[in-house]
Design a protein around this ligand. Structure first.
Ligand SMILES: Cc1ncc(COP(=O)(O)O)c(C=O)c1O
Length: 389
């Protein structure tokens, strides 16, 4: 471990504050440290490893595809890409029938904003304070947290306006005839697992319709079954114009995607947008295996029921130190100002990995295959910690 720390310190950009743990392998919901210790993974690469680690279906798909064809340019037809797009069109509600594949969440959001601007000729995008949409320049500007933007102002144009979450009046004022799109996470992830209210998301749809702006829903973190529906917006009965996804789609294999209707997709004709690696055969084969397994094993409904049960048990512990437990399905935030890091450390001692976001929120985004008993054990750890303090 000392040698690894030294090499990391010497040769890597020090742009992450890493915990001093290194894993040799994983299996199901567990990761194993170099020291052989087992950790129950309630982070899942931050909502990425939908099927946990070393899932046989994903392993088989990656091995099989990589033995035949890893990469081919988007200059050619790609069978695996078309198949994945067909599956996503079946899963996604309404007229979300076309996909454009990219490599990450930020890239999917960049594509969505480019589509909105090119289609309308308008220059403004409205998003929410506290939101997170990625680190590339337009996605960074759209992100409603100045801490991520500091020092990069020169690279960002002034196209984004941010409104407080769930403030319908502010939204109504911000979205105007210059607005190309409203970009929203149904539940703010990095922003502290804070859900949009039903009133807010419904008003967002009406306001966009009224002003001719697109409603883009960022499902990068909430998508692919995590919240107990395929997409977070489905809890609200609202149909977006454009949806972006990434993280859980590839189950750990990098892939991102933007979906829209056939009509909207025409705003990006040949030559207007593209990527060398986006939608490559290997990424698409991996994602198809992930989506197929989620469907076949009923993991979306499982996320809903398991998540609701865990949320109920955790909510019983709400009080002076655990202010609020919120979220949907297997995306749960424990708001505990001044105690989030300490609980994370306690969980680690007990062999559980959790993540802290927005300073005070312990975030649980486990694999969709997480066991009920692990969620129960984690709840017991929280209870033990609260009893002690
Ligand atoms: C809601 C949301 N959008 C976009 C992103 C950016 O995704 P990526 O890191 O793959 O670029 C993230 C990453 O955390 C996210 O949570």
């Amino acid at each position: 471990m000392d040698e690894l720390k030294e090499t990391d310190g010497k040769h890597l950009f020090q742009n992450y504050s890493r915990q001093e743990i290194c894993f040799s392998h994983g299996k199901g919901e567990a990761l194993y440290g170099l020291d052989g210790r087992e950790y129950i993974d309630l982070v899942a690469g931050i909502a990425v490893n939908s099927l946990g680690h070393a899932h046989p279906a994903m392993t088989a798909a990656v091995c099989d595809q990589s033995s035949r064809l890893v990469h081919v340019s988007n200059l050619y037809l790609i069978k695996e890409q078309a198949e994945l797009a067909e599956t996503l069109a079946r899963i996604a509600p309404g007229d979300l029938e076309r996909s454009l594949f990219v490599n990450s969440g930020a890239e999917a959001n960049e594509a969505a904003m480019k589509l909105a601007v090119r289609r309308s000729g308008r220059c403004k995008v409205v998003t929410v304070e506290g939101s997170f949409h990625g680190r590339t320049c337009a996605a960074l500007k759209a992100t409603g947290q100045t801490k991520y933007q500091e020092g990069f102002e020169a690279l960002m144009s002034d196209f984004a306006v941010h409104v407080p979450l769930n403030d319908v009046d502010a939204l109504n004022e911000a979205v105007d005839k210059d607005t190309a799109a409203l970009l929203l996470e149904p539940i703010l992830g990095e922003g502290g697992v804070r859900p949009c209210s039903e009133e807010f998301l419904r008003a967002a749809r009406d306001i966009c319709d009224d002003r001719g702006a697109l409603l883009i829903v960022d499902e990068v973190q909430t998508g692919m079954g995590r919240t107990g529906e395929w997409f977070g917006f489905q809890h609200y009965g609202v149909q977006p114009d454009v949806v972006t996804m990434a993280k859980g789609l590839g189950g750990g294999f990098p892939i991102g995607c933007m979906m829209s209707s056939d009509d909207l997709s025409k705003a990006l004709p040949p030559g207007t947008h593209g990527t060398t690696f986006g939608g490559g055969p290997l990424a698409c084969a991996a994602a198809s295996a992930v989506v197929r397994t989620i469907e076949e094993d009923g993991l979306v409904a499982r996320a809903a029921s398991l998540g609701a049960e865990a949320m109920k048990s955790l909510q019983q512990l709400e009080g002076e130190y655990l202010k609020e437990v919120r979220g949907k399905g297997l995306m749960i935030g424990l708001d505990m100002p001044g105690h989030a890091k300490a609980l994370q450390a306690r969980a680690l001692e007990e062999g559980f990995l959790v993540n802290v976001c927005a300073d005070s929120v312990v975030r649980l985004v486990p694999p969709l295959i997480v066991s009920q008993s692990s969620l129960q054990k984690f709840t017991d750890i929280v209870k033990g910690y609260l009893d002690e303090i």
